[in-house]
Design a protein around this ligand. Structure first.
Ligand SMILES: NC(=O)c1ccc[n+]([C@@H]2O[C@H](COP(=O)([O-])OP(=O)(O)OC[C@H]3O[C@@H](n4cnc5c(N)ncnc54)[C@H](OP(=O)(O)O)[C@@H]3O)[C@@H](O)[C@H]2O)c1
Length: 399
């Protein structure tokens, strides 16, 4: 029986993790569930899975949850704040940590899990984007096992030679091919992109995901963040990571070898496949995902991404090339810009403009500590917020 802590349990990845675990109740026990402030969802999960600990970042929400659990005679202990998140990520009783908090908030608990030597199922790509070198170092020093949950990286992991290559070429790998759905606006003109609403952007063609990653998919920033993630996970140079738009989302990514072979992982676009793969690794366990019907799919299409219409992808490559704190700046400004777009404070195209402005204005430096990165994250957010304040709700930054 393995004890699992799920950070971000009320989110889409968290819920799908619980769905897979519920199919294997004799092998995995939910030790802890953690979220931000969603009392109602966490209460339901606690009553169903009876974890030892539940954490809510929000102190008031935690008090409320504690009272409601007590009223229902549920013995789950309730913790709060960032310390609670780090505690359940590193508790000595925990074997597996699902890191599925969204955004920069997931960094510290993921680091805590790495330092404590856990098996980390990493959905929170922002951890690698912000702090790739530090996180990979913490995984090595802490003796942790890192398994990617992002479906693209999970696919690559499945078709790569055994991990730990100093260089891709050592394993005969020529390049990594990350597939992208292209998002809901793949065919939109620049003019049409200027007018898209949050409602439209939240309709992803192939997946149901949290709001932030759905907007990132629409701007192609999600693919950009994944390029940076692939760099750290697989020791791949930026020139060895290619992005190909594949609207059906059936091939989850590919690896090309020097002999011309391309190995791909295919399946229905359902995150329970990578979650089950990482939970069971190196064994395969049932995930609940239906078989892929190739005859029904019939056709797989590929096209090049258009970085003119979707500049966020290029901005991520640029930040990776710049190195140091540039990816953390990119990530922080993107989070602020996406939140502002969702609140209809800025337009869709302003997201990329704001990020480009920040990368041009904030000095990029090397970093050696988490504290340094957190300070850079705060500086970049403050830059983004002060630029937002200068806009009135109707005026486009891009105008
Ligand atoms: N969804 C996918 O298909 C998918 C695929 C690949 C990778 N990912 C990555 O997985 C991560 C989660 O994505 P998602 O789609 O599951 O997001 P989501 O549905 O928005 O869920 C986010 C989760 O994080 C919690 N949370 C947010 N801020 C927090 C904070 N400051 N402290 C503690 N918990 C916090 C939320 O709690 P509340 O409910 O209380 O707000 C919720 O449980 C992201 O990094 C995303 O890029 C997702």
């Amino acid at each position: 029986m393995q004890n699992v802590s799920i950070l971000g349990s009320t989110g889409t990845i968290g819920q799908q993790t619980l769905d897979v675990i519920a199919r294997h109740a004799d092998e995995y026990k939910v030790f802890a569930l953690a979220a931000n402030s969603n009392i109602e969802a966490l209460l339901k999960q606690c009553l169903q899975f009876r974890p030892e600990i539940a954490v809510l970042l929000d102190e008031k929400a935690a008090l409320n949850l504690r009272a409601q659990l007590k009223a229902q005679s549920c013995k789950t202990e309730v913790l709060s704040g960032a310390a609670g998140l780090e505690q359940v990520a590193s508790d000595s009783k925990v074997d597996i940590v699902m890191a599925a908090i969204v955004g920069a908030a997931g960094l510290r608990p993921a680091m805590a899990a790495a330092c404590a030597g856990k098996r980390i199922l990493l959905a929170n790509k922002e951890t690698l984007v912000m702090a790739g070198s530090l996180f990979i170092q913490a995984v090595k020093v802490g003796g942790a096992t890192l398994l990617p949950i992002d479906s693209e990286h999970n696919a690559i992991f499945q078709v790569m030679p055994p991990q730990g290559l100093a260089e891709l070429a050592d394993g005969g790998v020529r390049k990594i091919i990350l597939t992208a759905s292209g998002g809901p606006f793949r065919k939109y003109t620049q003019q049409e992109l200027a007018n898209v609403t949050p409602e439209l952007a939240l309709k992803h063609p192939n997946r149901v995901m949290g709001a932030k990653i759905t907007i990132d998919s629409a701007t192609l920033m999600n693919k950009g963040l994944e390029v940076i993630e692939a760099h750290w996970l697989f020791n791949a140079k930026p020139s060895q990571i290619e992005v190909v738009v594949h609207p059906q989302s059936i091939i989850h990514s590919m690896v090309e070898y020097v002999d011309g072979s391309i190995l791909a992982q295919l399946g229905n676009p359902d995150m329970r496949t990578p979650i089950a793969y990482a939970l069971g690794y190196p064994n395969r366990i049932e995930s609940g995902v239906t078989s892929l019907n190739l005859l029904e799919i019939a056709k797989l299409e590929f096209e090049a991404p258009d970085v003119k219409r979707f500049p966020c992808l290029q901005l991520a490559y640029d930040a990776l090339q710049l190195g140091g704190t540039a990816p953390a700046i990119l990530n922080a400004v993107n989070e602020v810009a996406v939140a502002a777009f969702l609140k209809q404070q800025i337009h869709f195209l302003d997201i990329a403009t704001l990020i480009a402005k920040a990368l041009n204005s904030i000095k990029t430096t090397p970093f050696t500590s988490l504290e340094q990165l957190i300070a850079v994250d705060a500086e970049a957010r403050s830059f983004a917020n002060s630029n937002l304040k200068r806009l009135d709700s109707k005026r486009l930054l891009t105008a």
